[in-house]
Design a protein around this ligand. Structure first.
Ligand SMILES: Cc1ncc(COP(=O)(O)O)c(C=O)c1O
Length: 349
């Protein structure tokens, strides 16, 4: 059995709560390519995988990981999901939506920056959706320890006979990575049906589970003697997070490799990580991100988010303009969702 078959088999056999409708759409970005060719760039064929178009809440790829994470919550008899993130977190909205869908209670512990990311980011965008979806929102003061608050609340609920289930940041657990792996192989199948293998797949890196799952899939494919697919990760946390992006990806990738009981270890051979497109910091806008969001919207009619995919697209555009990919090749961009956060940044657009 090849490593890829082993992974596909593990993902197919793992307990999963169905939350999505798969496969997500896979589309050419001919308008963007034309715009880059007009600029004089030697541009490869460009594709986009629409992980933003999942069916719960406002969509997004966290549902991939939540399908596996919720299976564990169900097995433990959980009645309440607890999760943490920043005020405009996409992960927490998708947790709130999944909880509503599954008839579970949901409590969210949200951090905020000082100064705030924008004038109304505690009222609109994703946080508004969390409230509409029925989650109990705990908005912590700037500098507050969300994880400690969440754990204290879990203990309190437990003492009252409830069954809380704490979801780690970004659902980036080895089980959650099975969702990213499923996405990676689904993407390769869609490309194969169109007659190509991507040279590179561009993804945004937050808690790093998505990129880690992609790296595990790409490495397994290469070790099986298949083609090399580079995983181009664009950091969105920058210096606002204590562990550097490369280490976050490798930590999760190695944990996933061990979880799947694959031989040897996962290396960073196929990982191309850039921390150059975070801008002034997590959730802080800058002109390159705004240009990337506008360019994709105006050439493809596809809207990115300001904190993750907008910055990853800024990075990808830079690489395409510098001719870093062979013009006869194929590059895929993973749209992981997050559009509602744009509304919290309306002044910048
Ligand atoms: C829209 C969006 N894209 C990408 C990411 C990054 O994914 P990961 O946390 O798996 O690195 C996130 C994480 O919150 C996100 O919300």
């Amino acid at each position: 059995m090849t490593l890829v078959d082993r992974i596909r088999d593990a993902a197919a056999r793992a307990a999963r709560v169905p939350l999505g409708v798969w496969p997500t759409p896979f589309m050419p970005m001919t308008g963007l390519r034309r715009a880059l060719l007009d600029e004089g760039a030697d541009c490869p064929a460009l594709w986009i995988k629409r992980e933003d178009l999942t069916p719960l809440g406002a969509g997004g790829n966290k549902v991939r990981k939540l399908e596996y994470v919720l299976a564990r919550a169900r097995a433990q008899g959980a009645d309440t999901l607890l999760n943490t993130g920043e005020v405009q977190s996409n992960q927490v909205v998708q947790t709130a939506a999944a909880a509503a869908h599954e008839g579970l209670a949901c409590e969210l512990f949200l951090g905020r920056a000082d100064p705030p990311f924008s004038e109304d980011d505690q009222e609109t965008g994703n946080i508004l959706l969390c409230r509409i979806l029925g989650a109990r929102v705990h908005l912590l003061p700037p500098g507050g320890d969300c994880v400690a608050a969440m754990r204290a609340r879990a203990a309190e609920l437990e003492a009252r006979g409830r069954k809380p289930f704490v979801i780690p940041r970004g659902s980036s657990t080895p089980e959650g990575a099975l969702g990213s792996l499923a996405c990676f192989f689904e993407l390769l199948d869609q490309a194969a049906a169109l007659g190509f293998v991507p040279n590179a797949v561009a993804v945004s890196v937050g808690s790093a589970g998505t990129a880690a799952g992609f790296l595990v899939g790409a490495q397994a494919l290469a070790l099986d003697g298949g083609p090399e697919v580079a995983v181009c990760g664009f950091d969105s946390f920058g210096m606002d997070y204590p562990v550097m992006a490369q280490d976050r990806v490798m930590e999760h990738a190695e944990a996933c490799w061990r979880f799947l009981d694959l031989p040897g270890s996962c290396t960073d051979h196929l990982l191309r990580l850039s921390c150059d497109f975070v801008g002034p910091g997590y959730s802080r806008p800058y002109p390159g991100m705004i240009e990337a969001v506008r360019l994709l919207a105006r050439t493809e009619g596809v809207v990115l988010d300001p904190n993750y995919t907008g910055k990853a697209m800024a990075g990808l555009l830079d690489m395409l303009r510098r001719g870093l990919y062979p013009p006869q090749g194929n590059v895929v961009f993973l749209h992981t969702g997050g559009l509602p956060a744009l509304f919290a940044m309306r002044r910048h657009f």
